[in-house]
Ligand binder design. Structure first.
Ligand SMILES: Cc1ncc(COP(=O)(O)O)c(C=O)c1O
Length: 478
């Protein structure tokens, strides 16, 4: 059967089985069924040649007697709408004119763009080709072919227990954090983790300090949670809580990326980390630590998380699998200090966490050590890609862009050289025309924007990066 025929056969069957016949109506059930089938044929939902389910199946699906189903089918056969083929069942008569079923009403706005493959320099894309598809499929199959009863029950709002265990082990090994699974809440990403922490600990209208420049989706999530984001300009050492608190003394929390400032890549020095912790303890405030890609450190060991230093337990750690595995997974988590856990009761009862489908697979993937092996493999790959990108920029655009090696991360920031006179936003638009996602640095700032570009390299192989830099050179030297 051609694809389209299969499709119309299945839409016909779906429509037929979705019929609801009214037992209380004046018209008998066989008349209602015959009317409905006739309508389906006349409107093209049941095309000529479509197979009509056998009376036994029809009766079972519609909860009617087999006699009712047979009477309706016989009636339509007598009228010429249906034909029986000896030994092969009943079909919509093939000599009827073909009527196309009504097309669906057009969507009110413009058609959404079909998703396209990420374009070079997109900063939030890991290498999706290197995603361990075969292993992942095996773990999904293992979890879901014969699911344990707990998987099918009402999910724990804090997430799948084995995944929380696996994350606790990962944090201890990679981030120097000693936490128990009971402190971990699975979310659908870092932004949801931040919103959940805000709902549990803050009140509408509370001011939250954040780094300027910073990650715009977090600012949007704060506004959605009725908080007031207060971006504060960072300096060459990153975020300075003393100057930020002078600017906004009533702030109730701060959101920071201390391991690797987003997007500039600065690591927050120890004195500033300690000052942050001290400020939170003195003011009864909270620190939200967004630790989104620290595992990808190319020089030395990943630095321990800020949360690991916080003896006053006011730091909430936010993790995400978007950059470590894929943004399509929509999996992240929040680590809550034990003393704050009781405050999460009401917020958790409204927490619509992440889908349970990928959670057991990810738990297995982590427990077997395959996740750690994948991270190590990606770390080697990304380190090479960063070098390739830096070399290509130095070769093709020595006077237009300057960029220096970064000890970690998945993107670099390139600053304008003496030959670049166009604003970064203009170059960004021109780059889009030639198939590049070139993020202007100025867009990451709330105030006092700086010029430059955020160039993601992790998701693109070396020939693609080389070709993309040549394209960019074409635009900049035009
Ligand atoms: C600074 C920062 N935080 C967090 C995330 C992850 O966000 P999510 O888990 O909501 O995809 C990203 C991903 O791009 C990021 O750049």
């Amino acid at each position: 059967m051609a694809n389209i025929e299969k499709q119309s056969q299945s839409s016909f069957q779906t429509a037929l089985y979705a019929l609801s016949l009214e037992r209380e109506a004046a018209a008998p059930l066989h008349v209602q069924l015959a009317d409905a089938l006739r309508r389906m044929i006349l409107t093209g939902i049941a095309p000529p040649g479509a197979r009509v389910p056998a009376s036994r199946a029809l009766a079972a699906e519609l909860s009617i007697s087999r006699m009712t189903a047979t009477t309706a089918l016989d009636q339509l056969t007598a009228e010429g709408y249906l034909e029986t083929r000896q030994g092969a069942g009943t079909y919509v008569a093939s000599n009827l004119p073909h009527i196309s079923p009504p097309s669906r009403a057009p969507a009110p706005g413009p058609e959404p763009d079909a998703p396209t493959a990420p374009l070079p320099f997109h900063p939030a894309i890991p290498d999706l080709a290197a995603f361990p598809h075969a292993l992942w499929a095996r773990h999904l199959e293992r979890a879901w072919r014969r699911p344990e009863p707990a998987l099918l029950a009402l999910p724990d709002p804090a997430g799948y227990a084995a995944l929380r265990d696996a994350i606790a082990a990962h944090l201890s090994a990679w981030r120097g954090l000693n936490v128990s699974a009971g402190q971990i809440i699975i979310t659908s990403g870092a932004t949801q983790a931040m919103a959940l922490a805000a709902r549990a600990l803050l009140a509408p209208g509370d001011k939250v300090l954040m780094e300027d420049p910073g990650f715009a989706p977090m600012k949007a999530a704060m506004r959605d949670a009725d908080l007031v984001p207060r971006p504060h300009a960072i300096d060459t050492d990153g975020f300075d809580i003393e100057s930020a608190a002078r600017d906004c003394p009533s702030a109730r929390a701060v959101l920071v990326t201390p391991s690797r400032h987003y997007p500039l890549g600065i690591t927050l020095p120890l004195p500033r980390r300690l000052a942050l912790i001290d400020w939170a303890a003195r003011n009864g405030a909270f620190i939200f630590e967004d630790d989104y890609d620290s595992e990808f450190r190319y020089v030395g060991q990943p630095l321990p998380a800020l949360s690991a230093l916080d003896g006053s337990h006011r730091t909430l750690y936010i993790g995400s699998f978007s950059k470590l595995l894929s943004p399509a997974l929509r999996l992240g988590y929040l680590v809550v200090p034990v003393s704050l856990l009781p405050r999460f009761g009401p917020a958790l009862s409204h927490h619509q966490g992440a889908s349970l489908v990928p959670q057991p697979a990810l738990a297995n993937f982590m427990e077997t050590g395959e996740f750690a092996a994948h991270l190590r493999k990606m770390r080697r790959l990304y380190a090479k890609r960063q070098k390739t990108l830096l070399n290509a920029l130095a070769y093709h655009l020595p006077d237009h862009l300057t960029a220096t090696p970064d000890p970690s991360g998945m993107h670099i920031v390139a600053r304008p050289g003496p030959a670049l006179t166009k604003p970064d936003t203009v170059v960004g638009q021109q780059a889009e025309q030639v198939g590049l996602t070139l993020r202007p640095l100025s867009r990451y700032f709330s105030k006092h924007p700086q010029q430059g570009f955020v160039l993601g390299y992790a998701g693109f192989d070396e020939p693609t990066l080389e070709a993309a830099v040549k394209k960019l050179a074409g635009i900049l030297s035009a």
